[in-house]
Structures are given as structure tokens and as C-alpha cells.
Design a protein around this ligand. Structure first.
Ligand code: NDP
Length: 326
């Protein structure tokens, strides 16, 4: 038997229950991974709350790193004992064992630990497509990235620095500002205290920015548009404060003929080749030390403490990534 987090209804963290299940068998094209470290993503809270769809009862989580325990029919790329990391799996990575399609898995280089991998894979692939594909950030370019001290945010700070770009990061506290700066943010704005658009104006000599990456959603939507140059691009990629809804498209005209995109990782990493190419880039930045992935001890939770982990994440108390350890 194995432990797994399951939800039978949508709601707050209390709907997550630890249950015993049989160790899964791999279907054709799948491997079963014995998870060693499980990545917690803000998206998991949307699935739990019902903001994102799931048929109940459901597992939670789509990311972990571990060791291949068994291999299904037709899988030739991986063998029992391989060290692997995965993201975008079927729901259920909050578990000791998870069956994962081979297209969602990457072999883990020896110099990257399970914890580093689970803390950076989904978030790093996200930063990869945001900065390298959705809008190609240029050296010396100044741009705005929200929640810069978060899991995705700290990787974005470091990736931007590696590209020679100047990331202005929003943060919710002075501690978080310091952490984002340490990770390579060129400037920070405490959006709980400072006026976002005026500060972006000051930092850019009145020019504003060509791209805003906004994962906060509802609370920052309109202020983010005010930070954009004429014909700039708003990349709205998350809902940490709640989803953006009821938008009158005329606002894009009024604020300067703006563009908006609402991307997701699933729309970019669609093939095994795309996964391999993006993960190689990520692993090489981690391997070179350009991206450091350090999870503070208080953000490593036992699998049975998944409720507490979600409470902590949703209270805005975390910096960088958080993990569940089976
Ligand atoms: P984070 O570690 O960034 O946690 C969320 C952060 O958002 C908080 O720490 C907080 O930082 C900030 N925040 C602002 N307002 C609120 C609020 N009202 N409630 C809670 N948090 C708030 O999470 P992740 O790194 O896991 O994810 C970051 C974002 O990226 C999420 O919105 C997620 O959905 C999105 N995402 C999107 C993907 C895509 O492909 N579209 C893929 C992966 C993630 P502070 O205190 O500094 O304000």
C-alpha cells in the first residue's frame, strides 16, 4: 500500500485527506515513479478550491522527482532505477507513487538533487516559456514581473539576470524585496505600499515597460496595464489573488492599444522534444549555478501535512518554492 492525498470535494485546505491506496501499475506508455520530493504549486490550490476543473474524487499535484519503480509497455526511453523529474502529470503527484506518461518525464542529471528538481521543474519550465517564448526578453531590457519572491518569481529573477535583462519585481514585504534582489532582481516594488505604475515610471525614466508578467491576477490587472508602453504586452499567467474576469476590451484601447495573452505551460510544452529542450536549458542553468534552488527548512512539509503547506502558501508567508516530502 501507499499514501496519497485525495480530495472528495472542493474547498479549503481541510478537504485534502491522506489515504492508503494500492501502489499503481503503469499503463502502456507510463512509468510509475517512487516520489522522493514533491513540488507544491499555487495551481494545486486552484484545483483544490474548484477554480480549475477536476473530476472528484481526485488526487492533487502534477510535479515530483524520484526513481522509476516500474515501466509500462512500449516505454524504451526509461528503465527501473532511473532518477527522473516530471511536471504536468495527471493529477496525483501528492503521493508516494505516481503513474506518469513518459512524455512528461525528464532524466535528472546527477548534479541536481530530487529536492532541487521538484522545487524548480514546473516553475522553471514556466519561466522558460515566459521569458524565452511568450515574449523574448532582451539583454538590458527593463520589464515587470509580479510576485518576484515566490516560487516562479525567484527563478525568474535569476533567469533574467542570466539573460542580462533588468527585472523589476513586485513583492509583498521588505524581506521578500531583499530575497528577490539577492536572486538578481534589478529593482523591487512593494505593491502593498507603493503605487505600481508611478514606481515603474520612475524606474524607467517615464518610458514604462514593453512587457508585464502578471500571476497575481485580479488585484494587479489594471495597475499592470498602466505600467505598459503603447502597444505593450500584458502576460496574465496566474490568479494568486483571484481570476481576472469581466474585462471590457475597450480598456486595451484606452490604455494604449495594448496586447494581452493568457498562456499556460500546457500550451507551450506540448511534446517530449519541447520538454527535453526546455529542461536541458533549465538543468544547464542550475548546473552552472546561475539558478540556485534552495528550499528553506520551514517550507519542506511531510506529505501528511499537505493542509498546512497549502495554508502557508495561501497566506503569502513563503519565499521561493515549497515541497512535500513523502
Ligand atoms: P508563489 O510562490 O508565487 O505564491 C504566490 C505569491 O503571490 C504569494 O507568495 C504572494 O507574494 C503573491 N500574492 C499576491 N497577492 C496574493 C493573494 N491575494 N493571495 C496569495 N498570494 C498573493 O506561487 P507559485 O510560484 O507556485 O506560482 C506563482 C504564480 O504563477 C501563480 O499565480 C500560478 O498560478 C502561476 N503559474 C502559472 C503557470 C502558467 O503556465 N500559466 C505555471 C506555473 C505557475 P507577495 O507576498 O510577494 O505578494
Amino acid at each position: 500500500m501507499a499514501k496519497r492525498i485525495q480530495i472528495s470535494q472542493h474547498g479549503g485546505p481541510e478537504v485534502m485527506q491522506l489515504i492508503d491506496v494500492a501502489i499503481p501499475e503503469p499503463a502502456a506508455g507510463e512509468v510509475v515513479v517512487e516520489n522522493k520530493a514533491i513540488g507544491i504549486n499555487y495551481i494545486d490550490t486552484y484545483v483544490r478550491s474548484g477554480l480549475y476543473p477536476a473530476s472528484l474524487p481526485s488526487g492533487l499535484g502534477t510535479e515530483a522527482a524520484g526513481v522509476v519503480k516500474s515501466v509500462g509497455e512500449g516505454v524504451t526511453a526509461l528503465k527501473v532505477g532511473d532518477r527522473v523529474v516530471y511536471a504536468q502529470s495527471a493529477l496525483g503527484s501528492y503521493s508516494e507513487y505516481h503513474a506518469v506518461h513518459v512524455d512528461k518525464l525528464a532524466l535528472l542529471p546527477d548534479n541536481i538533487s530530487f529536492e532541487q528538481a521538484a522545487a524548480s521543474f514546473l516553475k522553471g519550465l514556466t519561466v522558460h516559456y515566459l521569458l524565452r517564448q511568450t515574449y523574448v526578453v532582451q539583454p538590458d531590457e527593463i520589464f515587470l514581473f509580479h510576485a518576484a519572491a515566490g516560487g516562479v518569481g525567484l527563478i525568474a529573477c535569476q533567469w533574467a539576470k542570466a539573460l542580462g535583462a533588468h527585472l523589476i519585481g513586485t513583492v509583498g514585504s521588505a524581506d521578500k524585496a531583499q530575497r528577490a534582489k539577492q536572486a538578481g532582481a534589478w529593482a523591487t516594488i512593494n505593491y502593498r505600499e507603493e503605487d505600481l505604475a508611478s514606481r515603474v515610471g520612475e524606474l524607467t525614466d517615464g518610458k514604462k515597460v514593453r512587457v508585464v508578467y502578471d500571476s497575481v491576477g485580479k488585484d494587479t490587472w489594471e495597475a499592470s496595464l498602466d505600467c505598459l508602453q503603447r502597444r505593450g504586452l500584458m502576460v496574465s499567467f496566474g490568479n494568486s489573488s483571484g481570476p481576472v474576469s469581466g474585462v471590457n476590451l475597450a480598456i486595451l484601447n484606452q490604455k494604449g492599444s495594448l496586447y494581452v495573452t493568457r498562456p499556460s505551460l500546457n500550451g507551450y510544452v506540448t511534446t517530449r522534444d519541447a520538454l527535453t529542450s526546455a529542461s536541458n536549458e533549465l538543468f544547464s542553468l542550475i548546473g552552472s549555478g546561475a539558478i540556485k534552488v534552495e528550499v528553506p527548512p520551514q517550507q519542506k512539509f511531510a506529505l501528511k501535512d499537505a493542509q498546512q503547506a497549502h495554508k502557508t502558501l495561501e497566506s503569502r508567508a513563503t519565499q521561493g518554492s515549497s515541497l512535500l516530502i513523502p
